[in-house]
Design a binder for this molecule. Structure first.
Ligand code: ATP
Ligand code: MG
Length: 391
């Protein structure tokens, strides 16, 4: 008899070889997420993953595992041999472990993945019900509205468990290409990165700062956000660019009402150079319609015109309160509200154009040497790998 964490995988559309690869990748992600714990054997048994763990570590290990994309449930389980004497011992251990003293109602549920097992699931469940009733006076059957479920899962081996715990779901990272997240220090962009990552997309992050006009602490803040994201999405390739020269030039030569949108177009051009070199398929931003005066369809269209790559905007129709809830849920909110500003807020005009037209923007941009400015900004590029274990 041994305690094992059971893990079931989400409904992958993939079949055959690809499915195998992604399950293997998911197993790697899980092992990475729990690498600080002592584990024993792990293996797939009829498509479900089982990892031998110390009973005392269950809660902490479940907290980590349920944050890996691409899984559906985790199950604290006991593995036993496939005979009813051992199954009975397993059930007794499982229930004793919970120290239940009050009266509880329960339902026995059986699943038979191994179809060669001599009893069908109804028959197994009936036997299990009998085992519980014989051994625990305070347990009574209620099939409609039970307080507890006692599960027996017949595979290569038999597994008994009571709880199944829902994970964050999503698709395993790497199933959906690679995107470059424009990561400011704000509340929205980390949430946007999380959302797109949850669809299986590998995320790199690019942050624009204006050092020494903005503090070093503002840069640290963006890195802290990336580090928090890496809990869910693994190691992040992180790019940092100094945009101060470009802002200064725009400020000097262009009409103030267009500063934000022209700067955003530079971010896209610079981002595109990095995307080409490092093979990103598109961008992700935290823009939401109407959130600030400059986030309009017209601005979006002017920004889109600066790049050939798609720009994913997963928060586009979300309310700020919902974005904040999500930011709290993924634990980026407290970092985002630290008072260190990135470049944009300093240079943002009082009255930005809410309906910029591409014709006007192009005319403004004629006053700038765009290629030289982009090239110059790229000389400030710093690339680092950000990992949850870094301090
Ligand atoms: P956030 O909360 O993500 O900062 P916001 O509501 O403040 O968003 P803006 O400042 O208009 O909105 O920025 C819109 C999007 O542009 C951001 O979500 C982010 O994706 C990108 N962005 C803005 N500033 C930067 C920056 N300094 N570095 C990288 N990306 C940025
Ligand atoms: Mg911002």
């Amino acid at each position: 008899m041994r305690w094992m964490l059971g893990v079931s995988f989400g409904e992958l559309m993939l079949k055959g070889k690809n499915r195998k690869k992604f399950i293997n990748d998911s197993i790697k992600q899980i092992l990475k997420a729990i690498e600080n714990f002592e584990i024993g054997e792990y293996f797939l048994d009829h498509g479900k993953l089982f990892i031998e763990v110390n009973k005392e570590d269950f809660d902490a290990i479940i907290e980590k595992t349920r944050m890996v994309f691409g899984l559906s449930y985790v199950y604290p389980s006991i593995q036993v041999e496939k005979n009813f004497e051992d199954i009975q011992n397993g059930i007794i251990e499982l229930i004793n472990n919970e120290n239940i003293e009050e009266n509880v109602s329960f339902k026995a549920i059986a699943n038979r993945a191994d179809k060669s097992f001599e009893l069908n699931s109804m028959q197994i469940a009936a036997k299990v019900g009998g085992i519980v009733l014989r051994n625990f006076d305070n347990f009574s059957v209620d099939v409609k509205n039970p307080q507890k479920e006692i599960h027996v899962d017949i595979r290569q081996k038999a597994y008994v468990y009571m709880d199944k715990i829902k994970t964050i779901g999503g698709l395993p990272i790497g199933t959906g290409g690679k995107a470059l997240l424009l990561l400011s220090g704000g509340i929205d962009s980390p949430v946007a990165g999380f959302e797109i990552a949850s669809r299986g997309v590998e995320i790199g992050a690019i942050h624009f700062h204006s050092y020494p006009f903005t503090s070093e602490r503002a840069q640290e803040k963006a890195k802290d956000l990336a580090r928090q994201l890496s809990i869910y999405i693994g190691e992040i390739e992180y790019y940092q660019i100094n945009l101060l020269n470009i802002y200064t030039e725009i400020n000097k030569k262009c009409r103030a009402r267009y500063t934000t949108v022209i700067a955003r177009r530079f971010m896209m051009r610079i981002g595109e150079e990095i995307a080409k070199k490092h093979r990103y398929d598109g961008f992700v931003t935290g823009e939401a319609l109407g959130q600030v005066a400059s986030q309009t369809i017209q601005s979006i269209s002017v920004v889109n015109a600066a790049t050939n790559l798609p720009i994913l905007r997963p928060l586009i129709n979300m309310d700020k309160v919902d974005i904040i809830d999500k930011a709290k849920w993924i634990d980026t909110y407290d970092i985002s509200i630290q008072p260190y500003d990135d470049c944009c807020s300093f240079f943002a005009p009082d009255r930005p154009a809410t309906k910029p037209r591409i014709y006007d923007i192009l005319k403004e941009e004629e006053k700038l040497d765009i290629d030289a400015l982009v090239e110059d900004a790229l000389t400030t590029l710093e690339v680092i790998k950000i990992n949850v274990d870094d301090e």
